[in-house]
Structure formats: C-alpha cells, structure tokens
Design a protein around this ligand. Structure first.
Ligand code: NCD
Length: 309
C-alpha cells in the first residue's frame, strides 16, 4: 500500500490485518524507525484529536514532525495545495498527512506525488484513519466483525466518518444500518434506514455522529432538546440498548444534542477509548506504508545523517 486515502477497495483480509496490527501496537508498542524520517502534517481544517494523535504516533515512531500552519504559510500568498505538498516532498518529507475541505484532494495528491499520502479527512469525503480506529475499538470488544449489527446515527449526509465506516464495516461483514433526520439521509450509501427506537434495540455498536453544521448548505433550524428527543441518544433510549452494546462517537461531541451529556462517559461508551486507539491506528498505518510501500525519499530514510547530498 503506497497511500491510505479511502476505505473503499480494501479487501477484508487487508482491513483485518491492519486492525490486528493496530491492536497489537496498542498492547505492545512497536519498534520506532531506525533512520531519520520526516512527516508533514498539512491541516487546512480545524482538528484536535486527529492532528495531535498523528503527532504522538509520529513521535513514538521516532519521526521528525514538520508542522504546518496554513495562515503562516505561502498558502496566504496564493500557493496551491499541490505546490505546497510538492514542496514538502522536495525538501525530503517521507510522508504527507492532509486534512482539507475539498473532497478527493488526498486521492489526487496521492496520484501526483511519489511520497505516500494519508487522508486525515477530505471534506464530506472520507476519514479512513478514523474508521480504522473505530474498527480497532470494535475488534477489542467483539474480536470479530461478521454479523455484528452496527448502526450509524445522525448527520450521515455530511459525514466523512459515516462514508468510510459504511464501506469498511460492510466489507468486514457487519450488518450496517443508518438512522437520522430525513434531510440528512444519503441514499448513495445503499444501506437501510431505521428509526432511532429500532436502532437502540438492534445495535451491538451504536455509532453517533456530530451534526456537521459547517458543511450544511441550508441551515436547518434545530432546537437542541427536540433533536436529542427525536434523533439523539437520550438516557431513556440508552436503557433500551442490549446489555453488551457499545457507543462510539468520533468526537467532538455536542453534549446534549446527539447524546445526553451524562452518557459521554457511561459504562458502554468507548469514546475516549477510541481516541486512545487513534494513536496505535495511526502508527500502524504509517509503519505499514513506510515499511512495505517502499520509500521515495530514501535518502532521509536510510541514513540518520545531517548532510544533504
Ligand atoms: C471527525 C471529523 O473531523 O471528521 N472528527 C474527528 O476526526 N475525530 C468528526 C467530526 O468532526 O464530527
């Protein structure tokens, strides 16, 4: 694998191998790279968890992190994303991690650059590393995927997390259902919609999503309380969940909107576990890509030396 930009097209055994590798790293760690390697993190959209867990993952792997702040970069002078990424490749970056509002941008860059590209979220497109950490969290709970009933709930239409997970969970043999306000349905996903009442009774895994207001074309007027009562996870609904069922949410959580604030850290919530697993999942991806996919900027990779030439 040269890049990691989508969950679509990966085979079941490849996904399982990545999940198991990430799980192993979460338990036992992994050898850092012996040689000097550079990671460029290009975040054009706000991020706390994804960006910081990439940094922790990279530092744990012994990588040098080239931090990049859009408003202090030549982007402000009109430089294109391609030229920015190509610059990082030229100065010796071994890997680019990109989050950007434009759908498919990571895939495009992956085709244009020789160094690997990891998609850390492309608009409403995909968020494959979030999906991998979600899979790791599910695997730690159930040790397999086939036949598990997973319900993805909320703002499906604008969620890249929903898109990556719909693809991944289907490949892994889960029964995937969707639920949420009709305005936010996405029929291109080709998965059945059920009500939130059915969802809480059906799900082994209930995956809640944040309302992605920043991506809405038409602002739907929402009364927070009535959203929670109609479509969210209230305390009453949580009581109807199966005994072993777990709750996931990629966060940030709108407390009191998609879920009752009291449930964020309830017994069946794995929300902070997901964040913890995010580091191992990202380490697994980076290790996999740089070890097996070859390394274009070998110069940096092969010798920990302070000269260029
Ligand atoms: C998600 C994202 O940015 O797509 N967050 C994350 O990466 N943990 C989901 C969200 O913002 O709602």
């Amino acid at each position: 694998m040269k890049d990691f930009v989508t969950m679509q097209g990966l085979e079941e055994r490849e996904m399982l191998a990545l999940v198991q590798y990430a799980n192993l790293i979460s338990q036992k760690g992994v050898e850092p790279f012996a040689n000097q390697t550079f990671a460029a993190n290009l975040f054009f959209e706000p991020s706390t968890r994804t960006k910081m867990s990439f940094v922790v993952a990279q530092r744990r792997l012994g990588m040098e992190v080239l931090d990049f702040a859009t408003d202090h970069s030549s982007i402000t002078k009109g430089e294109s994303i391609y030229d920015t990424a190509r610059t990082f490749e030229s100065i010796g970056a071994n890997l680019i991690v990109i989050r950007h509002q434009q759908r498919n941008i990571a895939k495009q860059l992956a085709e244009q650059l020789q160094i690997p590209v990891i998609n850390a979220g492309d608009g409403t497109g995909e968020h494959p590393t979030q999906s991998l950490l979600d899979l790791v969290t599910i695997y730690q709970e159930f040790e397999q995927f086939r036949g598990l009933k997973v319900v993805i709930a909320g703002d499906i239409k604008h969620s890249r997390v929903a898109r990556s997970n719909a693809a991944a969970l289907t490949t892994l043999g889960c029964d995937v259902f969707l639920t949420g306000m009709e305005e936010w349905h996405d029929n291109s996903l080709n998965l059945p919609y059920i009500s939130m009442e059915e969802a809480v009774e059906t799900a082994d895994v209930l995956m809640l999503l944040r309302i992605q207001r920043e991506r809405h074309q038409d602002q739907v007027t929402l009364d927070q309380d009535s959203y929670l009562q109609k479509y969210g996870l209230s305390v009453e609904r949580e009581r109807k969940m199966k005994k072993h069922a777990i709750i996931l949410h990629p966060a940030p959580v709108n407390r009191g909107v998609e879920m009752d604030s009291r449930l964020v850290e309830c017994d069946r919530s794995r929300i902070f576990k997901q964040m913890e697993n995010g580091v191992a999942a990202r380490m697994a991806i980076i290790k996999n890509i740089l070890n097996q996919g070859g390394n274009y900027n070998e110069k940096n990779f092969n010798q920990r030396q302070a000269f260029i030439g």
